[in-house]
Design a protein around this ligand. Structure first.
Ligand code: PBE
Length: 268
């Protein structure tokens, strides 16, 4: 049908994820910046609940607008499209960066260097995310390290054994981050470190690295997703550089919503 009746069927609701996520905040920004979204609201849920809502809508061929991001397997699993964002609220390309607490370089130089060298291909993250739908993440990370010895050797080249030194990684609770953190844990532990992973909200992730409670995090998404939090804490951590490039956040709909291709097509 036309996009006005589609908006009615959707009850002017966007299916969002955790309120603490950058994606949720960006969607709130879109709601206030696009005049045509007056009267629309975002329903918060979780990444898992969003997936369930999406699956239900698709199996009934009903309209749905979700908060989406890449890397994620949903674009491989379903026929979805990102909505055009002429105001650029969701930005263009995002990257994921590695941050370390002040003093990590001096305290744990080996771990620091491995963290500094760590970088994943976005396609590897995506296939890993798909694999952990039905396989333990720890085993998947061990297999990945085994299958990518050449890459891992570059990260660990010349690094001495950690001798049981602890490393605490602050992690956000989304699958792409679980992938990075678990690969890092296998790599560090194989080098003699004792790595723990603490799942927290983005705000706490930045805060705990800034105040030194956590050693590092692989989780900041930039420049839009966590840009405000990054700016708030950036004087109190060290940025070790990108660990994934080509990421993206935005609003997405199923391909069968033929008349909805832009955020501007969502009618008030
Ligand atoms: N995400 C995935 C997170 C960061 C990683 C896009 C859902 C967010 O804070 O929105």
């Amino acid at each position: 049908g036309d996009s006005a009746s589609v908006s009615g069927q959707l009850e002017h609701t966007i299916t969002g994820i955790e309120p603490g996520s950058g994606a949720y905040q960006a969607t709130e920004d879109a709601l206030s910046q696009y005049n045509n979204l007056t009267g629309w609201q975002q329903e918060s849920s979780s990444a898992m609940a969003m997936l369930t809502s999406l699956e239900n809508a698709i199996s009934n061929e009903e309209p749905i607008v979700v908060s989406a991001w890449s890397p994620h397997f949903i674009f491989a699993k379903y026929d979805l499209k990102y909505l055009e964002d002429p105001k650029g609220v969701f930005g263009e390309e995002e990257y994921v960066t590695t941050i370390a607490r002040e003093g990590l370089k001096e305290d744990k130089p080996g771990a620091y260097t491995i963290l500094d060298r760590f970088e994943l291909d976005i396609s590897d993250v995506e296939s890993f995310m798909l694999t952990i739908q039905d396989q333990e993440i720890e085993a998947t990370a061990e297999n990945w390290v085994e299958d990518n010895q050449e890459t891992v050797n570059e990260w660990t080249k010349g690094i001495e054994d950690g001798g049981g030194t602890s490393v605490d990684l602050a992690m956000t609770p989304w699958d792409d981050q679980r992938v990075s953190a678990n690969i890092m844990k296998v790599v560090l532990d194989q080098k003699g470190y004792d790595t723990s992973i603490t799942p927290v909200d983005p705000a706490v992730m930045f805060e705990s690295v800034a105040n030194g409670e956590s050693d590092a995090s692989l989780a900041p998404w930039m420049p839009i997703t966590h840009g405000d939090l990054y700016a708030q804490y950036e004087d109190s951590f060290e940025d070790l550089g990108k660990n994934v490039t080509g990421a993206k956040i935005g609003l997405a709909v199923p391909e069968y919503m033929e008349d909805v291709n832009s955020i501007k097509d969502l009618k008030s």
